[in-house]
Ligand binder design. Structure first.
Ligand SMILES: CCCCCCCCCCCCCC(=O)SCCNC(=O)CCNC(=O)[C@H](O)C(C)(C)COP(=O)(O)OP(=O)(O)OC[C@H]1O[C@@H](n2cnc3c(N)ncnc32)[C@H](O)[C@@H]1OP(=O)(O)O
Ligand SMILES: CNCCCN(C)c1ncc(F)c(N2CC(C(=O)NCc3cnc4ccccn34)C2)n1
Length: 409
């Protein structure tokens, strides 16, 4: 009818406007630009060539007068606490400002101290007079495979400017500074994700949520009681067995690292973009760390072969302004490989394990083979999209989420 066609038209206008909006900073960067989207002649690969290290700007970018750069040593309890507090009060919130990510200190140390990390890529901005930390951005080195190319990259994350210093164009300075410091290590590409649309996503993923504690999720406004649903019917709908059902399902141990590395490397080869993980990477990223990352393997009772892997990371959210609940305990699907157990059964065991650990919700992106189990395991679509980006590396055609074998924290 007339109404819907007007809605449709206004949505198209909005989308076109949003693509054409000026990106004064991002237009200057070696990233896919919206105007180039349909230019099929542009080759896949680096957009700009490396420059000799001697030609990289040797001194830090200028900050507004009152502020100074600081390298954050995350091994220092005090510095880690300052970073934790800045993020806990000023990092990503949902659109309705009901929740804010609350990455823990041990999680931040895990995320920022992988094999081969550079302390100089953990960058803070302080107020010169008070020494207060008011901004942060990080990079970690990562070997990435894009189709058949192995590319050394920086994974950039935890970009945060204090709420009181927003909209002063501080973010572009933070980004240029981390870029400069990455260049000094002769690395010319990066990977990052954001909940906002920037030039130009290589793919855009949808979040899905599986309720584990539906009563709390409804109490805090994370989810709503379904239509024609009572609370008791809802509790019954999401009820899970008390323990995992797969024979041989157990917590991953150090001795499993070689087998899990083989399993994960073989599995990730099918995706267009994926990390190129060796045993040291697997030991760091996948071995269980309490309250940070959980991982489980299926060891065949007959052959003792490691046939499957599932893992999830712990990322609580602060619940803003709720009278009785202050923390939402969320598990995020990480890397999962099913070679013998059906993936849907493996991921149901992951839900059961997360419920046993008192998580309220289990989140998953529609990357890798995740969309094959989301509906059957009663996940609901979230409102948050996560856009993936590469810096200084053009991908010919936008990828589908299932072509992506990369989960960032
Ligand atoms: C070779 C090595 C390369 C290494 C670098 C690779 C690139 C890494 C890129 C970073 C990967 C980060 C990954 C994560 O951590 S994603 C999580 C980002 N953090 C948050 O959302 C926390 C809460 N928000 C804030 O702290 C601030 O709003 C931030 C700091 C996000 C922006 O501060 P503010 O709101 O005060 O704005 P401004 O006036 O300073 O600057 C406005 C300009 O900034 C562009 N902007 C806004 N949000 C983002 C964003 N999430 N990624 C990239 N750019 C972003 C925006 O389009 C505009 O540019 P343009 O549109 O005019 O052009
Ligand atoms: C730069 N690293 C990207 C990963 C950070 N991650 C995990 C993330 N980035 C953007 C999102 F949209 C998102 N979502 C999970 C879904 C969700 O749970 N939405 C409700 C909610 C609960 N708590 C929060 C806190 C902030 C935003 C939404 N929240 C949406 N997750």
């Amino acid at each position: 009818n007339n109404e819907s066609s007007i809605d449709e038209l206004s949505r198209e206008v909005q989308e076109t406007l949003s693509l054409s909006q000026r990106h004064k900073f991002w237009e200057t960067q070696p990233v896919g630009q919206f105007k180039d989207l349909h230019d099929a002649n542009l080759p896949e690969g680096p957009i700009e060539p490396p420059t000799p290290i001697s030609e990289v700007k040797q001194e830090p970018y200028n900050l507004p007068n009152l502020y100074e750069w600081v390298t954050c040593d995350m091994s220092s309890e005090d510095t880690c606490a300052e970073v934790y507090n800045l993020l806990s009060n000023n990092y990503v919130e949902d659109d309705e400002n009901m929740f804010r990510f609350n990455y823990s200190k041990e999680f931040l140390r895990w995320a920022l101290h992988p094999p081969g990390y550079y302390k100089t890529w953990h960058i803070g901005v302080r107020v010169k007079s008070s020494k207060k930390l008011v901004a942060f951005i990080t990079g970690i080195p990562a070997r990435m495979r894009v189709r058949s190319e192995i590319v050394s990259m920086a994974e950039v994350n935890f970009l945060c400017v204090h709420k009181k210093l927003r909209s002063k164009r501080l973010a572009p300075v933070m980004i240029k500074e981390v870029t400069r410091r990455v260049h000094l290590e002769n690395i010319w590409q990066a990977a990052y994700t954001a909940g906002v649309v920037l030039p130009t996503p290589i793919t855009s993923c949808q979040y899905w949520h599986r309720s584990l504690n539906p009563k709390k999720l409804i109490d805090v406004g994370f989810s709503r009681l379904g239509p024609r649903m009572t609370m008791s019917r809802t509790l019954k709908l999401y009820k899970l067995p008390d323990s995992p059902v797969t024979p041989g399902f157990r917590k991953m141990e150090l001795r499993d690292v070689p087998a899990v590395t083989r399993l994960l490397r073989a599995y990730l080869l099918q995706f267009v973009v994926a990390p190129d993980l060796d045993e040291l990477d697997v030991e760091h990223w996948i071995l269980p760390k309490e309250d940070v990352v959980d991982s489980f393997v299926v060891e065949s009772p007959e052959s003792h072969e490691i046939t499957d892997l599932c893992s999830f990371y712990t990322l609580p959210s602060s619940i803003l302004g709720h009278p009785t609940h202050s923390i939402l305990k969320a598990a995020y699907s990480y890397y999962n490989v099913a070679t013998k157990t059906p993936l849907v059964q493996l991921m149901n065991d992951a839900l059961i394990a997360a419920k046993q650990k008192d998580f309220d919700v289990f989140n998953a992106l529609d990357v890798m083979h995740n969309e094959t189990f989301l509906k059957e395991l009663k996940y609901g679509p979230g409102d948050g999209k996560l856009h993936y980006y590469l810096y200084n590396y053009r991908i010919k055609n936008i990828l589908r989420p299932w072509e992506l074998g990369l989960v960032l924290l």
